[in-house]
Write a protein that binds this ligand. Sequence first.
Ligand code: ZN
Length: 346
Amino acid sequence: MIPVFDGHNDFLQRAVASGPAVWLNGDGTGHLDLPRARAGGLVGGFFAIWIPAPMNPNDAAAVALMENPPYAMPLPEEIPFHAALPHAFAQATALKALERTGTLDIVTSARGLRETVAAGRIAAIMHMEGAEAIPDMDALHLWHAAGLRSLGPVWSRPTAYAEGVPFAFPSTPDTGAGLTDAGKTLVRECNSLRIMLDLSHLNEAGFNDVAALSDAPLVASHSCVHAISESSRNLTDRQLQVIADSGGLVGLNFASSFLRPDGRRLPLEGFDTMLRHLDHLLAIMGEDGVALGSDFDGALMPRDLPDAAALPALIGAMQDHGYGEPLIRKIASENWITLLERTWGE
Ligand code: ZN
């Protein structure tokens, strides 16, 4: 089986709600748990800490909007630090509890990642999607000490550091202001700590500011191609070229609403559209710049890729499409691991 290392999941909210049992045994819901990871060849990925939003794309009201584009969801309110911190602590603690089951390691180096995979355990990167729980750079250092190695300055809402792109279709990603002064400090401090910066969810002005400032390869962990699906969350060809020029990487999001050319939040059917996105990414990014970023447990999956156990079907579609095994292995896991080596330094 071809191993898969994945750029984004939202499993930790389920772990907070249900404890490690939902990881070890599954509960018949969601897209990810240990049995389905094993069945699908998933060897690891980025586990996101994310502060719940009053209006998020999986709520009924948002779903009704997103099923029938055009739509433009309002930009949610900023969440204050004191409201965010308990959620962030609960999710980080839930990830630590998964580690205590002996089936998963929180990895902080590329070498450690490879060792964990070789030992047959799941390699989990502690990622934060939105920096609401980081009020200052002292807190960033403490989160780093706790294992944080990847940070998105924003989810699709404002923080003290930048502004996320609200969900809209059709829309460009150019929806608001760029990095604040605090955001520029955050980028420099992440560079010095070698915390990977994730550009998914940033608006175009913030993207440009990070691109101008950061000395690390640029990464969008779970995004798709705007030239195919005109979602505000997708990357324009210009943005893809900027990431490519930095030696960076894009993880293809499996979210149906970001893949479908009509933008509808309805299950995508078949693999042809995903392969169009991958072909487009490969044409701009090259073979070393394309990876996967499922958004398991955070988005509406394609009909034929309903959960982690179905990953071999995506691999099979790549084979049928004519991708050779070396390229498939790069997209499925090796590009993420070498990107992390370049970013983390070991
Ligand atoms: Zn996301």
